[in-house]
Unconditional design. Sequence first.
Lengths: 201, 224
Amino acid sequence: MGFFLVGVVATGIDKWLRMPLSREYDLWLVVHISKNRIALLPNVYAWGASLAKGGAPPWIAVIAVTLILDIGVVAVLLWVTSRAANDSVSDGLVFGLWLIAMVLVSPLAYWSELVLLFPAYIFASVAAWRLSISGRAFPGLGFVAGAILIGTCAAIELIKALPYFQPRLLAALLIFIGATIILRSWIAAESFAPADIRNRS
Amino acid sequence: MLPTPTVASLLRIALAIVLATVALKVTVRRLDHFAWCYNSYDFDQLFDWGTRYRAGQDIWSPHQEGELRPGEPRRIYNQPPAFVEAFAPLTLLDKRLAHWIWQIAQLAFLALALWLVAREIDPPLDPATVVIFIALALMFQSVRKMLFNGQLSPLLLLSMVIAWICARRGRPAAAGFSLAIATLLKLYPGRWPSISYCASDGACCGGPWGSSSSASLQPGLISG
């Protein structure tokens, strides 16, 4: 916080105070229908607009629905953060999930910001790989579902011939769900035999 | 039958070489393909803001005069002031050259961030696996889109990754500094700090997670 305040002072407090002046333009960006937006708020607005047959949906309803979804995301984050073990993969997965949440709850985030999902991809892949070769019995349906979700999202990102996510928000949501499921399986396996799984490379 | 460790290692190295070659080719082709984007959204908007800010013009004025390009009216500046301050020196260069430097820098930040992330995994991944991860990431459609728009998401990712690593290694000042850079460049949403304070402190939520480095990092989870 201190460094941030120093940065604000160094760049001129008066300029920071003028930031709300762009409110009208920001609002236009939220309501301007675009397929490339991945944040919850503009997508909820777009769903509302489609329900209202193209008309403007009531803002109170849009904000209420977005808030409920935001609370859901935060609840998942608090739950995984409280349950995560203190190993690098758990910590990395939690970090990846927080990055995805950052994108989801931002008022505006675009397709290009999906690069912030890479830590979740990497840690989920490593966790899935190490769990699958740990020599344990069938790791569970949840783990398989999580691995399939991550794999499918990666395939869609890599293979241009496959149709991309419509809306783009789905990419962030599915990775969030997949990484959460894999983290849950990892935590369960860790509590059973930590060293056995952690030391698989 | 599973391959022996030596064969598996050789296969991994071969796969890493193939993927790195393909990723390099794809990236060079994308850079070439999007070389004209110096004159397109979003880079031209960032460049215009940077140029006018350097010239002392008011980019926060609600009524912006002129056009960004034919048919595209100028917009009010809607990023944090620290961003335009950091971007403005780039506008001293020719726009095309500035765009090229910007794109290469973002790719370098992305590769560095991914390398740092992979290096944090314990036990460490072998170099071939790290190369495979970075090569695959560079081929993602979202990276293509990032290059098309000339966005700064990799810089944000790198700052966040450095902050996370510093927090993991018990260097809170360095973590805070990196986090502040990310926050100063891209500001939103203000609601995170209170939630994350609960997560990192643990006391108000009753959780035993006071030492989790990811949790202690959350105040910087800001994007927009």
